[in-house]
Write a protein that binds this ligand. Structure first.
Ligand SMILES: [Zn+2]
Length: 302
């Protein structure tokens, strides 16, 4: 039987858990497309499900019938920034634009122009995007990296050169980078760490979008995994720790329903797993607030 003293000391010394506000969930990687998708409506669905913050990532130029040129790419990021402003005005969701050149666009540029021209245009665009981040129009560079489909060796190498340049820009302006790559294992995390260090970028500012639950590898290398909000994924992840982010990678395209999980998935899965005792309040705070604040260097206000 427990003595009163033990009970008392437990009550006194037990850390008071921080309550996750019901509106406190963060989706680290979402696309909103007012042309092909639901647009603001998808954001409202997220909000009604208990969502509060989103990292709004650029789509590809093809999605909005733009050309993968300097002009087209800058238009793409400006449009993303403008959608973000509308979201912040019309809903209670706070959105942060993440701008960059999608690897699919970069590969397209290599094939359509030349590798040399693709790099030249790419470098120029990333420099201009970096200025937008300095001006606080956007928060980070992404999604950038390597295509998930196979390409010629030369193009793959060009992607790596370009990624290094992007990381150097990120290091200069001290912003985070959201990586899109082929399917990864922990050796890739070591590779990304080395690349970041070479660029002078802190590895914890490198976020691997669409990451498998490689939590231990992330802790070891500094790379921050961002996981698709599925029950299996998150349940597996928390067995290794809570240093990760959650995302829907919702693409908001009505012609491709169910291509990925819906806009409500991050709040829905978070709440479900919390209610089932798979994740606890501290996990929620880490995933939806602390890890985000650390990587992006911001503070989230509820
Ligand atoms: Zn995406």
């Amino acid at each position: 039987m427990l003595s009163a003293e033990v009970l008392y000391s437990n009550t006194v010394y037990k850390e008071i858990p921080r309550k996750i506000p019901i509106e406190g969930y963060t989706d680290n990687h979402i696309h909103i497309d007012p042309i092909n998708g639901e647009g603001l409506n998808a954001v409202k669905k997220f909000e009604h499900a208990g969502g509060r913050f989103i990292f709004l990532v650029c789509k590809t130029t093809a999605d909005w019938k733009l050309q993968p040129t300097e002009e087209g790419l800058l238009k793409l990021s400006d449009k993303t920034i403008s959608i973000s402003k509308t979201i912040n005005k019309e809903t209670n969701v706070k959105s942060f634009p993440v701008i960059g050149i999608h690897p699919a666009d970069f590969v397209l540029m290599c094939n359509r122009f030349s590798i040399k021209a693709a790099k030249e245009i790419g470098f120029k665009v990333i420099e201009k995007m970096g200025k937008k981040i300095v001006n606080e129009e956007a928060i980070a560079l992404g999604e950038v990296g390597r295509p998930h489909f196979e390409v010629e060796n030369e193009v793959y190498e060009a992607c790596n050169d370009f990624l290094l340049k992007i990381m150097e820009t990120a290091a200069d302006i001290n912003c985070a980078v959201q990586l899109h790559t082929e399917t990864v294992t922990d050796t890739h995390f070591t590779e990304f760490r080395e690349m970041a260090l070479q660029a002078g970028l802190k590895p914890y500012k490198v976020i691997k979008h669409y990451s498998p639950p490689l939590i231990k590898a992330g802790e070891k290398t500094g790379i921050l995994p961002s996981l698709i909000a599925s029950k299996e994924n998150i349940a597996r992840a928390v067995r290794e720790g809570n240093r990760f982010l959650m995302e829907s990678d919702y693409i908001d395209d009505l012609s491709r329903p169910g291509a990925v999980v819906g806009p409500k998935s991050v709040p829905r899965i978070s709440r479900l797993l919390y209610e089932r005792g798979v994740i606890n309040e501290e996990d929620l705070w880490k995933i939806h607030k602390d890890n985000i604040e650390h990587a992006y260097g911001i503070s989230l206000d509820y």
